[in-house]
Design a protein around this ligand. Sequence first.
Ligand SMILES: [Zn+2]
Length: 259
Amino acid sequence: MPELPDVEGFRRVLAEHTGEPITSVSVLDTGVLRGVTARRLGTALRGHRFEEPHRHGKWLLAPAGGPVLLLHFGMTGSLSWHAADEPRHRHDRVIWHLGEGELRYRDMRKLQGVHLAGSNEQAERTLEGLGPDALEITRADLTDLLSHRRGRLKPALTDQSIIAGLGNLLADEICWRARINPLRTAGDLDAAEVTALHRAMRRVLRDSIKAERVPPRDTWLTGARDVPEGPCPRCGTPLSSRRVSGRRTVWCPHCQPER
Ligand SMILES: [Zn+2]
């Protein structure tokens, strides 16, 4: 599932192709469009050029000289650059034709991730309910965001209205790195724990952005989480897992005690 680092990778793909005129837009499947028709998407963008794109949480915003394309990647989406003659993938849903090649929005599922706003203001309104971007959050912000929360830590970290950008893998990886049990009550963390959590978040995000995904390395929880009863990469204790708010949550009972 695309999380902040994956979307940061898609942002870079788009950033390499700013300034090239959009010659046309092909909507191969209208099922991915939200609040915009295929015709409107084409007429609004044709002849325009993408400007420097930016990302907020798991959203990619691509201003195009007035209109703003907003992309969300749901569970399985991606954005990639291809030569025009490269065979299409069966899950390619929308294609922006630019000069020498094309940008392809691919999604195995169809979760209506392609939006069009008429202006920057309208684009901002679409994202109004989101919390601050995980990469921008300071330690003091994190304290404010988590304090007084009676729910568990894990769902607080993945709630996009609290912090934008963290998904299931990142949240578990960050808790594991910080040695904090994800089932703890979010508002109960002490100052040292919030500091550890913030430091882990910075480090995990920085390394994941380099890899353009949460890398399943041997030294990361992400590399061990899919092995049944797999050992903790740090201490060798068999990992624990259970569903928390519908998502599989993995932790080390030794490194991350419940207290
Ligand atoms: Zn451990």
